[in-house]
Every structure is written in structure tokens, then in C-alpha cells.
Design a protein around this ligand. Structure first.
Ligand code: S3P
Length: 188
């Protein structure tokens, strides 16, 4: 059995990854979803799809501007609409915005269409990673661990309900997180 697993792993690594399903990355802002997605795209030749990026392209506006001019609900509607268009997608890395789990329907759609990987991080880690970035409207004016911790706590249930696999990112490089995802998926 172990031998089989090892053999399968070698084939995967030689040939680069051939998962038949989508790998869907979720998690709080600053957990590294987009960076991990980019790493997997560059190193494993998997197609990369970034939900936030698709919203920006479709709306012709940055996320912060969408929040400011149309409001959060409008942004959430865009998010759900984009997710629906990804239904036919296969063998891709789909990186989602941190709030995608807030709608139950989004979780159902993701569950039907891939393996959901939850990236986690401590509030202190998140703050270090996001503190110099002004492109996240939810954190603008709220750049502190208390706010991050409270929001994380409010969302915890949603994230945990959605996740097929949880990968902690504290103290790990993007490469380490990405390789951990691949090796845990192969070992399943
Ligand atoms: C959000 C996270 C952001 C982006 C938007 C809202 C959230 O994406 O979708 O600013 O509600 O957590 P990242 O998680 O990629 O920063």
C-alpha cells in the first residue's frame, strides 16, 4: 500500500501535477492564497484563476473602488456570479477572496467543483503580511490584531465548514505551504 502511494507520488512529481479536480484556496486575508496559487501555476503548470482579479477585470475597477462606490453587497454579488462561471473549470487552482465563505451558496458551489483548501494564520502573522497594503477595504482603518482576531472568529465557522483540508501557514514559506498542499492531496 505504502509502495503504491510512493509510486503514485513519483509519477505525479515527474509528470507535474495531474489532479482531475480543481484546487480551491480559501482563508482569511493575508494567508497567502494568491502567492501559493502563483507558485503552483509556475512550478506545477496548473492553470491559475483568481476570483478577485476576475471581478476587477469585469468591473473595470479595483476592489477598494467597488466597495467604495457600490458597497460590499454588490461586491459579494460579483463574487458569487464569478464563482458560478467557474463551474465548468477543471484541473485549475482557484484562489478566492477571504470573504467568499460568507454565503452558504458559495460554499455549496465550491464543494461541487473541487477540493477546498483552507489556509490559516495567527492574527499577528496576518497583520505582519498585510499591514503595508491599502488595497483591502475591510482592513483599511482596522490594521490591528484585535480587529483581525475578531473578524477571524466571526468567520471561523464558515471557513471550517467549507474546508476539506486545513494548512497552517505560520512560519512557513510560500513554497513550503504549496508543497504541503500537494503532498497531502497526493497522500489522500
Ligand atoms: C475580502 C478579502 C479580499 C477581497 C476583498 C474582501 C474579505 O481578498 O476579496 O477585499 O472580505 O476577506 P484577499 O483575501 O485575497 O485579500
Amino acid at each position: 500500500m505504502l509502495q503504491n502511494k510512493e509510486a503514485r507520488r513519483e509519477v505525479y512529481l515527474e509528470d507535474r501535477i495531474k489532479f482531475e479536480y480543481n484546487i480551491i484556496l480559501i482563508g482569511f486575508m493575508g494567508t497567502g492564497k494568491s502567492s501559493v496559487s502563483r507558485y503552483l501555476n509556475e512550478n506545477y503548470k496548473m492553470q491559475e484563476i483568481d476570483v478577485d482579479q476576475l471581478i476587477v477585470e469585469k468591473e473595470g475597477m479595483e476592489i477598494a473602488d467597488i466597495f467604495q462606490s457600490r458597497g460590499e453587497e454588490y461586491f459579494r454579488d460579483c463574487e458569487s456570479a464569478i464563482l458560478e462561471t467557474l463551474l465548468q473549470q477543471r484541473k485549475s487552482i482557484i484562489s478566492c477572496g477571504g470573504g467568499i465563505v460568507l454565503r452558504k451558496k458559495n460554499i455549496e458551489l465550491m464543494k461541487e467543483n473541487g477540493k477546498i483548501i483552507l489556509l490559516t494564520g495567527k492574527p499577528e502573522t496576518i497583520l505582519q503580511r498585510v499591514k503595508d497594503n491599502t488595497e483591502r477595504p475591510i482592513l483599511n482603518g482596522n490594521m490591528n490584531t484585535t480587529f483581525i482576531e475578531e473578524l477571524m472568529e466571526k468567520r471561523r465557522n464558515h471557513y471550517e465548514k467549507a474546508a476539506d483540508l486545513v494548512v497552517e501557514t505560520d512560519g512557513k514559506t510560500i513554497k513550503e505551504v504549496a508543497e504541503e498542499i500537494i503532498s497531502r492531496l497526493i497522500q489522500e
